[in-house]
Write a protein that binds this ligand. Structure first.
Ligand SMILES: [Zn+2]
Length: 483
C-alpha cells in the first residue's frame, strides 16, 4: 500500500516529522528559512502548471535536470533538490525561484548553439538560488501588507518569468507592488556570473561560452531594437558585466567538448514540434538530403519522430533501421535513453508483439527515464497489469513527488484495481500540483468517503487541512490590496 502523504511532499522532509508545522501564512522572520524558500518555489511552480505554461515533456525536462545536476554538484548546496523544467514560451528567458526551481523557456533552448551556452545560463540561475538572492530581496522589501507565502510566490514569478504568466494573477494585489521591487541588482548579477562560471569550469563545460552567449543576446537585442529578450530584462546585461566575465574567462583554457547526443536530440525534438507533422517531415528530409544543419543522427531522429506523428508507420520503421545502423558507429549512441525510447515508440505504433517486453527491458536499463516509465506503465494498464504499474509508479512518485503525470497514471491503475480511495487520492495530488486546489480538495473528500484504515484516513485528514490552509491563504493574498 502506498502511504505518502501530501504534507510530506509539500513540506521539506526533515521538518515534516515535527508535529507543529510551520505556518504557511505570515512571514515574520528577518529573512526566509530554507523551508520557506522551498515552499515559495513550490507554489510558484504550481502557478506555472496552473497557467499551462509548463512544458510537459519528460525527455526535455529529464535532459535539463541532467545538465543542471552536473552543475549543482559543485555548488555550495549540492544536496538541495533542484528541479529544472521547460516553459512553453518562445521568448528567450530562464529564471530561478527560491528553493531550487529553475525554468528554461523553449525559446532559450532553441537559440543556444551548444551545450556549454545552456550550462552557462543554468550555472548563473543556480547561483542566484544558492546565494539566496531572491530570499534576500523578499526580506528587504516586505512591508506589513506583504506577508503571505502565496503572494510572495506570485510576486517572484511575475518578476522573474514571462510577465504574462503571472500578471493577471498579481494584478491589484500586494504582490503586484512587490514584484516591481524584485529586480536583481548589479551585484547579484556579477555574483551569479562568477559562481556560475566556476560551476561550469568544475563540471567540465567551456566557460568561454558564457560571454559568447551574452554577446549573442546583446546583439540580437540590437537587431530587434527596443524589444529586449526577457532574459535581459530580468538579468540586465551591461557592458560592465560582459567585460567582467571576459576578463575572468580570458585566463581560462578552452574546453573543446562535443555536445551530448541528448542536446541535439532535445533541440531537434523542439524544432520538430514547432511545425506541423508534414512540415517537420519536409524539414528533416531536406536537412538530410542537403547535409545541412549539423548532426545527421539527430536529423534522422527528428524525421522518425515526425513520421510517427504523421502516422506513417512503415516509413518510420525504415528510417529507424537506417538510424540504428548509423548509430552503431557512434559510441555515445550505444547507451542512449532517447534513442531507445524512439525505438520503443516505433514498435508500439507498429503493434509489434514484442513491445511490452521491449519497454520492460528499457525501463530496467534506464530507470531514470520518465518518458519510458510513463509509456511503459500506460501500456501495462492497457494490458490489464495495473498491479505491476502501481509498483513501478509508487517507486517513481517518491523520486518525483511533484510529477502530476505519475499521479494521473496511478489513478488509472488504482481505478482498474477498484481501489477508489487510492484512485481519488492520486487524482487529488495531481490536481494539487497543478495548482488546482479546489478540485484537489474535492478529490480528497471523495477519497475520505470511500473509507479506509485509520492510518489512511488520518493522512487524508491532514492533507485536507494542509490544502484548505493553502487555499484560504491564496484567497487572502488575492484580497489583500495595497493601501
Ligand atoms: Zn541573473
Amino acid at each position: 500500500m502506498k502511504i505518502l502523504p501530501l504534507i510530506i511532499l509539500l513540506i521539506f522532509a526533515p521538518i515534516a516529522y515535527c508535529s507543529d508545522l510551520p505556518d504557511l501564512g505570515d512571514v515574520s522572520q528577518e529573512s526566509l528559512s530554507p523551508l520557506q524558500e522551498r515552499q515559495i518555489g513550490q507554489q510558484s511552480l504550481m502557478q506555472i502548471k496552473a497557467s499551462k505554461q509548463y512544458y510537459d515533456d519528460p525527455e526535455v525536462n529529464d535532459y535539463l535536470n541532467e545538465i543542471g545536476d552536473k552543475l549543482v554538484q559543485y555548488s555550495n548546496e549540492p544536496s538541495l533538490n533542484f528541479e529544472f523544467f521547460a516553459v512553453n514560451d518562445n521568448t528567450v528567458n530562464a529564471f530561478a525561484m527560491p528553493g531550487g526551481f529553475i525554468g528554461v523557456n523553449t525559446g532559450l533552448l532553441l537559440i543556444t548553439e551548444n551545450e556549454s551556452e545552456l550550462a552557462s545560463v543554468l550555472g548563473h540561475e543556480i547561483s542566484h538560488v544558492t546565494q539566496h538572492h531572491m530570499a534576500r530581496m523578499v526580506s528587504a522589501t516586505k512591508g506589513d501588507t506583504m506577508a503571505s507565502m502565496a503572494a510572495i510566490a506570485l510576486a517572484i514569478l511575475a518578476a522573474r518569468s514571462n510577465p504574462d504568466i503571472a500578471q493577471a494573477a498579481v494584478a491589484g494585489t500586494g504582490a503586484h507592488l512587490m514584484q516591481k521591487q524584485l529586480n536583481f541588482t548589479r551585484e547579484h548579477e556579477q555574483e551569479a556570473d562568477r559562481l556560475g562560471l566556476d560551476l561550469m569550469e568544475k563540471a567540465g563545460f567551456d566557460p568561454h561560452a558564457m560571454p559568447e552567449f551574452l554577446e549573442l543576446l546583446q546583439k540580437s537585442t540590437r537587431l530587434i531594437d527596443g524589444n529586449a529578450p526577457n532574459y535581459m530584462r530580468t538579468h540586465p546585461i551591461t557592458s560592465d558585466r560582459i567585460a567582467d566575465i571576459e576578463n575572468r574567462v580570458s585566463k581560462l583554457p578552452y574546453h573543446l567538448l562535443p555536445d551530448s547526443l541528448d542536446f541535439d536530440f532535445v533541440r531537434t525534438k523542439l524544432i520538430g514540434l514547432q511545425k506541423t507533422p508534414k512540415n517537420a517531415i519536409r524539414y528533416f528530409n531536406d536537412a538530410l538530403t542537403t547535409h545541412k544543419f549539423g548532426n545527421q543522427l539527430a536529423q534522422r531522429y527528428g524525421l522518425v519522430s515526425s513520421l510517427l506523428r504523421d502516422n506513417q508507420i512503415e516509413r518510420a520503421k525504415n528510417e529507424l533501421a537506417i538510424l540504428l545502423k548509423q548509430a552503431k558507429a557512434i559510441p555515445a549512441a550505444q547507451d542512449n535513453a532517447m534513442l531507445t525510447t524512439l525505438q520503443a515508440r516505433v514498435k508500439r505504433a507498429a503493434k509489434d508483439p514484442d513491445t511490452l517486453a521491449f519497454y520492460r527491458t528499457a525501463v530496467q536499463n534506464f530507470p531514470q527515464s520518465r518518458a519510458l516509465v510513463y509509456e511503459y506503465t500506460d501500456l501495462l494498464i492497457n494490458s490489464n497489469q495495473a498491479d505491476a504499474a502501481v509498483k513501478l509508479l509508487t517507486d517513481q512518485v517518491t523520486q518525483h513527488p511533484m510529477d502530476t503525470t505519475l499521479y494521473d497514471l496511478e489513478a488509472r491503475a488504482y481505478h482498474q484495481l477498484h481501489n477508489s480511495l487510492e484512485q481519488h487520492r492520486a487524482q487529488a495530488y495531481s490536481m494539487a500540483w497543478q495548482g488546482n486546489l479546489p478540485d484537489a480538495i474535492m478529490q480528497l473528500e471523495i477519497a475520505k468517503r470511500e473509507g479506509g484504515s485509520f492510518y489512511q484516513l488520518s493522512i487524508i485528514e491532514s492533507d485536507l487541512r494542509e490544502l484548505r490552509e493553502m487555499q484560504s491563504e491564496q484567497e487572502d493574498g488575492k484580497k489583500k490590496k495595497k493601501k
